[in-house]
Design a protein around this ligand. Structure first.
Ligand code: ADP
Ligand code: MG
Length: 251
């Protein structure tokens, strides 16, 4: 009897994805697959198309062709807010936190609305929100800063706060564009620890340049070059790949 291969269940399956800006293909026939509970890092030279890949997944940019399946749902036909509701959270390069609100308030306003099982029982909902805010604040190393205005936080703490504002929505896929840029060495180490902790319940897709940080977090690395995959695999495999060495030495 012929035993066929069962199709593997990926959290995210990107297939033959292409986007063309006035004839220029920033992402060109790209396919890659992310597992549940995986930290995937996308690296590559400037202009490789890394940010555009995240823009396509979160619906900010519409694909010219190809498909993006998330838990079997086709994202390329969805609007940005529908994609968020499906469980995809995305952090941009510049933190979009509210400077004049406290850490607590920033987390509180990010708590998803309309998903409450408590209905009109406002008191119960408030308690649930407060508990969740404290839980997330602890995760992002800000539990002692809950009543501090966000503009008084360090650059690194602001980045963590924005990650917290996404975590409170409990996304199944969290996408981060250069999260440790401008962070101190110790903040980078703590961010690696944070990402390694949160993947118990989700997957993370990160764009990053800092190779020490990539080594600390990546389960698998995808090297992008001119909108296509140059190499993919473990950090060890990728960094010894002659094609990768050539592209990086050329820059
Ligand atoms: P990376 O993040 O890897 O540095 P990007 O994804 O930002 O690269 O950009 C890839 C290429 O696509 C660049 O040449 C950039 O100029 C181009 N590009 C990105 N977004 C747009 C857009 N909205 N319109 C036209 N060109 C774009
Ligand atoms: Mg970029």
């Amino acid at each position: 009897m012929l035993v066929g291969h069962q199709p593997k269940e990926f959290l995210l399956a990107v297939e033959a994805l292409t986007v063309s800006f006035d004839g220029f293909k920033a992402v060109n026939d790209l396919s890659f697959y992310v597992d549940e509970n995986e930290i995937r890092v996308i690296i590559g030279p400037n202009g490789a198309g890394k940010t555009t890949v995240l823009d396509l997944i979160c619906g900010k940019t519409k694909a010219t062709s190809g498909s993006i399946q998330f838990r079997g749902k086709e994202l390329t036909r969805m609007k940005e807010n529908e994609i968020v509701k499906t469980g995809v959270g995305r952090k941009f390069q510049n933190p979009s936190i509210y400077d004049d609100l406290t850490v607590f308030e920033n987390l509180e306003i990010s708590y998803p609305r309309g998903r409450s099982v408590f209905g009109a029982l406002t008191f119960t909902r408030d308690a649930a929100v407060r508990d969740r805010v404290h839980e997330v604040a602890e995760m992002i190393f800000l539990k002692d800063r809950l009543n501090v205005n966000a503009d008084l936080l360090s650059h690194g703490q602001k980045q963590w706060l924005e990650i917290g504002m996404l975590l409170i929505q409990d996304p199944d896929l969290l996408m981060l564009d250069e999260p440790v840029a401008g962070m101190s060495v110790s903040e980078r180490a703590k961010t690696a620890e944070l990402l390694n902790r949160i993947i118990k319940n989700r997957s993370v897709l990160v764009i990053e340049h800092d190779m020490k940080f990539v080594e600390d977090i990546a389960h698998k690395v995808t090297v992008l070059h001119q909108g296509q995959i140059l190499s993919e695999g473990t950090m060890d495999k990728v960094k010894n790949d002659p094609k990768v060495i050539e592209v990086y030495l050329g820059h």
